[in-house]
Design a protein around this ligand. Sequence first.
Ligand code: R5P
Length: 282
Amino acid sequence: MIVPGSTSQTLAARLADDLGEPLAPVEYDQFPDGEVYVRVGDQPDNRAIVVASTTSPTAHLEVLLLQDALREAGVSEIVTVIPYMGYARQDTVFEAGEPVSARAVARAISTTTDRVLTVTPHEKAVCDFFDPAATALDGAAVLDDTLPSDLADPVFVAPDEGAISLAETVRDQYGAGDVDYFEKERHSGDEVTLTPASISVSDRAVVVVDDIVATGSTMSGAIEVLTEHGADATYVATVHGLLVGNAITKLRQAGIDGLFSTDTIEGPTVAASVAPLIADSL
Ligand code: R5P
């Protein structure tokens, strides 16, 4: 049985279709004091697969409550699929006094699950915070599905060296093109400078690939630099389209030709599904 969190209802339904498993009706609500309420409407089978991106504190709590409801109902195997893992970027103590937030949320989830799958965490090492360790799936492997099939002499660019393997994956799946990366320096939460890629982008289609677009600062900076360097068309392909605040407007103003993401986070930019990747791993 597939048990959706409120944040991942579309992906959970696709997964249920792909696996031929029933989709549990789940009720989501809040008590008058704001506390989170969930109820799984059908009697679960022996195995239940919770599918929920933890994009908010409520979503985090829903996962814990769903897992508990399933164990309470006697489910012997709980698999927790976290398509987008919130707090994953807080994977170390950046300043004294801070928690390792990724570890804290992973520990909480680990208490009531038998297996965890996640998709393209910012750093794979966060998988080790789960017990047993989570499996990370490569969401970039479906991003080529989002792109126009006739890109002109394409270049796949990562906003920093750490994301180059994502750009390589998309290029390899697309079947043509060069790969490059920008030197990125982040000055504050939403202020980033990028030093141009070394490959010429003049008159070429450029696809910037990253694990996550959050405020859109990294990507809008990249698009502006690419346009200054004569790119013919600019696209952004990201696994997680978090798109907080005015990210979409920022990218539009930067002159982007297309913004595509997977369904790890529901929203207007979803153009490919990670359901087949998840299904293959279950
Ligand atoms: C950071 O290293 C990530 O890979 C992304 O580049 C970053 O999280 C994007 O954030 P934003 O959209 O706020 O610039």
